[in-house]
Design a protein around this ligand. Structure first.
Ligand code: HEC
Ligand code: HEC
Length: 290
């Protein structure tokens, strides 16, 4: 919470920096020459401004984008049901203001916490997930905090660093078997900012789009079948909502078979395998399609 209260201090940061810049001026003839300090906040590169704001606000290191990208679908599948799609809270608490999250760095506290959970209070244990998966989820949570808390730096960082021509070639080779040109016609306008565009094309939002929901057919020991949208699934049970809106929770015994269909399966593959330069090139290309 303390950190959130410091937010919006960009203007203060500018003043602080101006003062620091001043006090360093007399020491220019020093033995150990420092790189020349930028004159004012406004003349800094966006990256310098971001770093300064970050250290002034006492924020943790910037979230690792690749880990965040991997953590997003894991969060969606395992946590969003209770904590809301953006971790802002639902049945379970808001995680953006949670001390467990704010005092964590790269999962060192969250991973052990998630392995145990607080089952007595409704927070399950995630003992079967790997440390890497849980660390990716932790990083996704840090990105959510970042999006809310460090808005000043967030939109200044330029992620449009790729080559649009290469991005176009990549899209033609990898995306057009599923997408018509209309999908991309005004895509940059739809997502508004490059960071949303990048997240949106790598991992399209599922929440609010029934056509993107995971569905399953569960075959029961008596041969009957139940189909529906998957609400929750674990190694032990699956909860479905059928087309009549009725909820079914089925224990996954030895003679119960579950066949799931994920319309975004291709995007899960993109998410896990896309290379950084392809990612930047595609975003740069899509960003030209206003
Ligand atoms: C079935 C619902 C449910 C699911 C699924 C769930 N949580 Fe929770 N979670 C809760 C509840 C309820 C609490 C509050 C427990 C309490 O009161 O101490 C909680 C607490 C937490 C807290 C501690 C918050 C605090 O500051 O005390 C964190 C962090 C957390 N959950 C993260 C996660 C993550 C990450 C996942 C997915 C891997 C997840 N949860 C999945 C219900 C859930
Ligand atoms: C195997 C099929 C498949 C491939 C390959 C694929 N996608 Fe998708 N994509 C989908 C499906 C299915 C949806 C959800 C469509 C819906 O809800 O109508 C989707 C949704 C999207 C969306 C969200 C559209 C919107 O209007 O919000 C974007 C953007 C997108 N894909 C970009 C891409 C890009 C870029 C590539 C190539 C790097 C790609 N897709 C490759 C199947 C695919």
């Amino acid at each position: 919470m303390r950190r959130l209260l410091l937010i919006g201090a960009l203007a203060v940061t500018a003043t602080v920096w101006a003062a620091v810049g001043h006090s360093q001026e007399p020491s220019t003839g020093e033995q150990n020459p420092q790189p020349p300090a930028p004159r004012s906040f406004m003349n800094m590169t966006p990256e310098q401004r971001a770093a300064l704001t970050r250290s002034f606000l006492g924020l943790a290191p910037p979230p690792d984008k690749a880990m965040v990208a991997r953590g997003a679908p894991l969060f969606e599948r395992n946590c969003a049901f209770c904590h809301g799609p953006h971790a802002r809270g639902a049945e379970g608490p808001d995680l953006i203001t949670s001390d467990e999250v704010l005092t964590d760095s790269r999962g060192e506290k969250l991973v052990p916490f998630l392995k145990v959970g607080r089952p007595a209070k409704g927070m399950p244990s995630f003992a079967t997930m790997t440390d890497q998966q849980l660390t990716d989820i932790a990083e996704f949570l840090h990105q959510q905090v970042e999006d809310v808390a460090n808005r000043g730096t967030y939109h200044l960082l330029n992620i449009v660093v790729g080559d649009p021509a290469k991005g176009r070639a990549y899209v033609n080779a990898h995306c057009m078997q599923c997408h018509a040109p209309q999908t991309f016609a005004h895509i940059a306008g739809k997502y508004r900012t490059p960071d949303r565009l990048q997240r949106g094309w790598i991992w399209p939002e599922r929440y609010g789009y029934p056509s993107r929901a995971v569905t399953a057919v569960v075959t029961l020991p008596d041969g009957g079948a139940i189909r529906g949208t998957v609400m929750q699934v674990s190694d032990f049970r699956i909860t479905l909502v059928d087309s009549a809106g009725q909820t079914h929770t089925i224990v996954r015994g030895p003679r119960v078979s579950v066949r799931m269909t994920d319309p975004l399966a291709a995007h899960e593959a993109i998410l896990l395998h896309v290379r950084n330069d392809d990612m930047h090139n595609v975003t740069a290309y899509l960003e030209t399609l206003k």
